[in-house]
Design a protein around this ligand. Structure first.
Ligand code: UDP
Ligand code: MN
Length: 342
C-alpha cells in the first residue's frame, strides 16, 4: 500500500536527539510543551481577490494568537506529495515537520479558515499528557453514531512521536488521488452512518480508523468537547455582540471566555462554487469573526473596531504616554505572559 515514507524507529531517536540538544527542550517550562501551529493554503492563488485578502487576515489572526502564547507557526503553500492533494496535504506536511523538529512536542493543525476568537484561552495541555491525538468531537458521535462529522479534522493536536507517524501512514493509505481515494470513499461510506460514497477525505478516514481499529488508535485519542477546538461558525457569528455584553467577569481558570475558534467550514471564499452556504453570509461573518479576534489584540494597545462589521477602529483609552497605565490585569496577561519569563 501507499506510504508517506520509510518506517523509522522514531521514539528512541528522538529521545537521543533531545538528550544531545539540551538547548531545544520539548517542554519549555513545567507543563508547557513546545507547540508548533501548522496551517496552510493552496499553492494556487484564489480566483477571488477577496478570498486572498481573507487568507491574509486569517493568517494575521493566527500569528497574533501564536505570538501571545509563545507558539511557533508554520504556513505551507506547497503540496509536498502530489498523491496527497487538497485536504490530504496536511499528512505529509505533518510528518515532515515532526521529523525535522524533534524539539516540537505537539503540532496543532489549524485549517486556513479557522479563526481564533478567544485570544487568551489555550488548550489544557496537562489534560492531554497521556494522549497523542486531540480531536474536537465526542465518543458518542464517533463510536456509537459512527458519524463522519463526529470529529473535525480542521483543528487538532497531535504529539510528535512514533504513534502519530504510524497514524499518519495508516491514513495516507486511503488518500492517493484517483481510484484508491474513490475506492476508500465507498468502503468508508459502508461503515459510517452518514457519509455518501464520494472520494475519501482525511476526516472520514480518521473516523473510519477509530471505529474499525479502536483498540489500535482509540486509547491514545482524546475526543474534546469541553471547549471550541473547532467551533462551528454558523452557531457563533451572530452572537458576538451578545457574548461580549454578557461577559463581565473573567472566565474561570481553564474555561474559554469566548469560543476558542470559529471555523468557517463549508464556506469557500476562494472562488470554489461548491460552497454549502450563502457566500455573502460567509463573507460578512468572516469579517465579524476576524474583527472580534482582532479587537482582543487591539484592546491591548488602546483601540478597537467601531463595530464588528467595519474595518475602521477607534481609540478606547486615553493615550496617557505612561507604560501600561490603563491596562488591567487580564490584558496584561496577553501583553506579558507569565510563562515567557521561564
Ligand atoms: N489546504 C491546504 N492546501 C491545499 C488545500 C487545502 O493546506 O492545497 C488546507 C487549508 O488550510 C484548508 C484545509 O486544507 O483550510 C481544508 O479545507 P477547507 O477548510 O476548505 O475545508 P472545510 O473546513 O470547509 O471542510
Ligand atoms: Mn476548514
Amino acid at each position: 500500500p501507499y506510504s508517506l515514507g520509510p518506517t523509522v524507529d522514531y521514539d528512541g531517536r528522538r529521545v537521543q536527539w533531545l538528550r544531545d540538544n539540551p538547548r531545544f527542550p520539548a517542554f519549555v517550562a513545567p507543563g508547557r510543551p513546545r507547540v508548533l501551529v501548522v496551517t496552510g493554503s493552496s499553492p494556487r492563488r484564489c480566483s477571488d481577490p477577496d478570498g486572498e485578502h481573507l487568507l491574509l487576515r486569517a493568517f494575521k489572526n493566527k500569528a497574533d494568537y501564536c505570538r501571545v502564547h509563545g507558539f511557533d507557526i508554520f504556513y505551507s503553500t506547497a503540496v509536498l506529495d502530489v498523491e496527497l492533494s487538497g485536504f490530504w496535504s496536511k499528512l505529509p506536511l505533518l510528518r515532515t515537520l515532526m521529523l525535522a523538529h524533534p524539539e516540537t512536542e505537539l503540532l496543532w493543525w489549524v485549517d486556513s479558515d479557522v479563526i481564533f476568537t478567544d485570544m487568551l484561552f489555550e488548550p489544557p495541555w496537562d489534560k492531554y499528557a497521556g494522549h497523542n491525538l486531540v480531536l474536537p468531537g465526542s465518543e458518542e458521535n464517533v463510536y456509537t453514531v459512527k458519524s463522519w462529522i463526529g470529529i473535525n479534522a480542521g483543528s487538532f493536536i497531535i504529539r510528535n512521536c512514533q504513534w502519530s507517524l504510524d497514524l499518519l501512514d495508516a491514513l495516507a493509505r486511503m488518500g492517493p488521488r484517483g481510484p484508491v481515494r474513490e475506492m476508500y470513499g465507498r468502503v468508508i461510506s459502508k461503515t459510517l452512518s452518514d457519509r455518501q460514497p464520494y472520494e475519501a477525505c482525511d476526516q472520514s478516514a480518521l473516523v473510519y480508523l477509530l471505529v474499525t481499529e479502536r483498540g489500535r488508535w482509540g486509547d491514545k485519542t482524546f475526543l474534546e468537547s469541553s471547549y471550541c477546538l473547532s467551533g462551528f461558525w454558523a452557531y457563533i457569528v451572530d452572537r458576538f455582540e451578545g457574548m461580549r455584553r454578557d461577559s463581565t467577569t473573567p472566565p474561570e481558570p481553564g474555561r474559554e471566555r469566548w469560543p476558542l475558534t470559529t471555523h468557517f467550514m463549508g464556506c469557500k471564499p476562494c472562488g470554489g462554487d461548491d460552497s454549502t452556504y450563502d457566500a455573502a453570509w460567509c463573507r460578512h461573518s468572516m469579517e465579524r469573526a476576524l474583527n472580534f479576534g482582532d479587537d482582543q489584540i487591539l484592546n491591548l494597545y488602546g483601540f478597537e473596531h467601531k463595530t464588528l462589521n467595519t474595518t475602521a477602529v477607534r481609540r478606547v483609552r486615553n493615550d496617557t504616554g505612561g507604560p501600561l497605565d490603563a491596562v488591567d490585569e487580564e490584558l496584561g496577561r496577553l501583553l506579558h505572559p507569565a510563562f515567557r519569563a521561564a
